[in-house]
Ligand binder design. Structure first.
Ligand SMILES: Cc1cc2nc3c(=O)[nH]c(=O)nc-3n(C[C@H](O)[C@H](O)[C@H](O)COP(=O)(O)OP(=O)(O)OC[C@H]3O[C@@H](n4cnc5c(N)ncnc54)[C@H](O)[C@@H]3O)c2cc1C
Length: 405
């Protein structure tokens, strides 16, 4: 089918910027670009009929790091690199709240918690540390360090992030909330850390709000459009899709996160499946907020009075390195055990699982996004390392700065 003259002068007219991927990164980049220069002609190409990556399929946490995760990150990449990533997450979460009203994206700042199983399981052989962690290589966090780690993180993070102050002094970000364990109904948990600056949101509402905001400024979004290949040339880039004609653009930005290698094979990004489930409403659900366990590999929150639980990728790393959006019996079983053995009070009736799903994250050898030029006029902003809700607004600004340069 040939395109009409009308289509040629609109949908297929040459653009200033074409973005592939209608997730948080693609949308935030379009948002910042069109606000910086309302004259720009921008198109977003998305292969799904709705966005089909991680942005509408995550757990809806607005978090920037739990105590054990940040301490482990310092060991892996050093304090400065840890501070840099946490600052991106914190600033990104501030930007979301600056642009959108809490009600519009169902944002609730109920805080974030981290649960610890306790020192007594720490000394066991690797891989046998606890029932829940069976099969993983994770050494459990030594809770005798919790107080000093909290003090240390508060000291270095508050000035770096510029968190709220009272009477000229930074308020603590993390506090020891172990006294609340019983009240919250958890089992086998010996310590609890609380982060008062974290919250939860409705990810799909944030995607829709961003879509609405950019479309109101004239950004074109073409759903059901898969980028098959692209060719960089002197004046820009020619993009081939499943549509009837190629698209021409001055600059092309790849925001396909976990799928990035499908378009740019050399990148250090692999897909990592994140699995989630939601239960039926639970009478007297005892907690509100976002909860992390095992350096963030397990995460759960309340969704009204239902439980949303996800993660456990570390119980089967090999098989979770996949583009498949099925859920696996192995991971779902580990999550169900975790729900019954740790989250719900002892003797609770097992709730019905109403919905199970998965999403594709993009990870690599280091926990840092790749924002770089890959060919003349071709750029990428990918590998969100499971932090894209938080860092996307800042990644977008960095990508734009790079493209302007
Ligand atoms: C279960 C789960 C829990 C998570 N928890 C958190 C959390 O607590 N905090 C946090 O900050 N982040 C979390 N994340 C990660 C976060 O959701 C992602 O980092 C973020 O959504 C990535 O956004 P993105 O725009 O980079 O990619 P995506 O949202 O994946 O968007 C990429 C888009 O590109 C499209 N695409 C791919 N290839 C093509 C092509 N060739 N042509 C056209 N379109 C294409 C895809 O369909 C997709 O819609 C979680 C993710 C999952 C799955």
């Amino acid at each position: 089918m040939a395109i009409s003259v009308w289509e040629q002068s609109t949908y297929f007219a040459p653009k200033d910027l074409v973005i592939v991927g209608c997730g948080f990164v693609g949308l935030w980049t379009a948002y910042e670009a069109i606000h910086q220069n309302p004259k720009l002609q921008i198109t977003i190409l998305e292969r799904g009929t709705i966005p089909s990556g991680a942005s509408t399929r995550n757990a809806g946490f607005s978090c920037f790091g739990s105590v054990s995760e940040l301490m482990s990150d310092i060991q892996l990449m050093g304090e400065a690199a840890m501070l840099e990533t946490v600052k991106m997450r914190y600033d990104g979460l501030q930007r979301i709240q600056e642009v959108f009203k809490a009600k519009e994206i169902e944002y609730n700042q109920w805080g974030g918690y981290e649960l610890f199983e306790g020192k007594k399981t720490v000394k066991s052989t690797k891989g046998k540390a606890s029932k829940i962690n069976k099969g993983t290589n994770a050494e459990l966090y030594d809770i005798s360090k919790l107080e000093s780690d909290i003090a240390y993180l508060n000291k270095i993070l508050a000035p770096a992030l510029k968190t709220p102050k009272k009477n000229g002094k930074y308020l603590p970000i993390y506090t020891n909330a172990s006294k609340d364990i019983q009240k919250l109904g958890f089992q086998g948990i010996e310590a609890l850390a609380f982060n008062q600056l974290e919250g939860q949101l409705n990810s799909a509402k944030l995607v829709l709000a961003l879509q609405k905001a950019v479309q109101a400024k004239g950004v074109q979004i073409l759903f059901g459009t898969e980028v098959q290949k692209f060719k960089s040339h002197k004046k820009g880039v020619t993009i081939t899709t499943n549509l009837e004609a190629p698209l021409e653009t001055k600059q092309f930005l790849v925001c396909t996160n976990g799928f990035a290698k499908q378009l740019i094979p050399g990148l250090d990004v692999v897909p990592a499946r994140g699995q989630v489930f939601v239960t039926e409403p639970i009478k007297n659900l005892k907690f509100k907020g976002c909860f992390h366990f095992d350096e963030g590999y397990y995460y759960f929150r309340n969704l009204g009075n239902r439980l949303l639980l996800g993660g456990a990728r570390n119980a089967d790393f090999k098989n979770e390195k996949t583009y498949s959006l099925e859920t696996s019996a192995t991971i779902q079983k580990v999550l169900e055990d975790f729900m019954m053995q740790r989250i719900l009070p002892k003797g609770s009736k097992k709730p019905i699982i109403e919905l199970r799903w998965s999403g594709t994250m993009g990870i690599g050898s280091i926990k840092k996004p790749i924002i770089e030029q890959v060919q003349p006029n071709v750029y990428c902003a990918v590998r969100m390392s499971g932090m894209g809700v938080a860092i996307a607004p800042i990644v977008a600004k960095k990508a734009l700065k790079l493209m302007k340069g």
